[in-house]
Design a binder for this molecule. Structure first.
Ligand SMILES: C[S@@+](CC[C@H](N)C(=O)[O-])C[C@H]1O[C@@H](n2cnc3c(N)ncnc32)[C@H](O)[C@@H]1O
Length: 267
């Protein structure tokens, strides 16, 4: 099993319940990649295709959009659950360090919240450099430290209490990639003009009385249930709500800051 976010409801759960958190960052990532009409772009570690989907209208009918992810389930949902686009998106199951594309075919490679899961970051970025044309662009986001993200911090406490030691290790993986680590790997892979900045959005989450349970269940449900039974998931969701009570409105919605590190580079 890849060391990554897994979904107990399968990738369908990831697609529905991660969308409110992932969605706001997509436009910022694509803007940083400076996509234009006619570009050929790869969404690396595309998951269910949030970024690929938004890239299609930017590159237009003369452009091409590809998505690659190691997880067959993610690619299945990306292919089956989203509307056909023009240009249509070509999704492929592939690991980041062995991409099934010719050299120098992409004008840009984008990667939203995937780089922290690559077992060998430099090998993966060397591979993205291979498939990117000279002067092509790279843009990726990874999460800033969990301590600065109230929603994820609340989930972390819940997983620490109810998920067992293995689950917290998987959870923490999402927050372990620093800008420095990415910059070092990009340099080793042959990129230049490497830059980074933080991007923060105040995201209005759906009512937490259901969302706290649904998001935990989608990403960590099977592991929490394995550690403590079905009750553990209900208690874990309750803990998330309690932790965020001071930030929760009367209608149970909460608007919370989420911060990503956005790294850009030129091939
Ligand atoms: C948090 S999800 C992000 C998915 C998507 N980019 C998004 O914006 O929703 C991380 C993704 O990285 C993928 N992944 C993890 N390791 C990978 C690898 N070595 N090669 C390719 N994809 C990988 C996972 O399968 C998962 O879909």
């Amino acid at each position: 099993m890849a060391d990554t976010h897994r979904s107990s409801e399968g990738p369908e759960g990831y697609d529905v319940h991660s969308a409110p958190i992932m969605g706001p960052f997509v436009a910022e990532l694509l803007d940083a990649a400076d996509l234009g009409p006619g570009d050929t772009v790869l969404d690396l570690a595309c998951g269910t295709g949030f970024v690929a989907h938004a890239a299609a209208p930017l590159v237009g009918p003369a452009g091409r959009v590809f998505g690659a992810d190691i997880d067959e389930g993610m690619i299945r949902v990306a292919r089956d659950h989203h509307p056909r686009l023009y240009p249509d998106i070509a999704y492929t199951v592939a690991p980041a360090d062995r991409l099934p594309y010719e050299a120098a075919v992409f004008d840009a490679v984008v990667c939203q919240q995937g780089a922290q899961f690559f077992p060998d970051l430099t090998a993966a970025l060397t591979e993205t450099a291979r498939v990117t044309r000279p002067d092509g662009r790279f843009a990726a986001t990874v999460w800033a430290p969990v301590e600065r993200q109230p929603y994820f911090l609340a989930e972390r406490r819940a997983i620490q209490e109810y998920g067992g030691p293995d689950t917290i290790r998987h959870f923490d993986k999402a927050f372990t990639c620093t800008a420095e680590r990415l910059a070092t790997a990009l340099g080793a892979a042959g990129y230049r003009d490497i830059a980074h900045r933080e991007v923060t959005f105040g995201i209005a989450l759906p009512p937490l009385d259901t969302y706290a349970h649904d998001h935990l269940s989608a990403l960590w449900g099977s592991l929490i249930t394995a550690a403590g039974g079905a009750e553990a998931l209900t208690r874990a969701a309750g803990l998330v709500r309690d932790e965020l009570a001071d930030h929760t409105a009367a209608d149970a919605t909460a608007t919370l800051p989420f911060t990503a590190i956005l790294v850009t580079a030129t091939r």
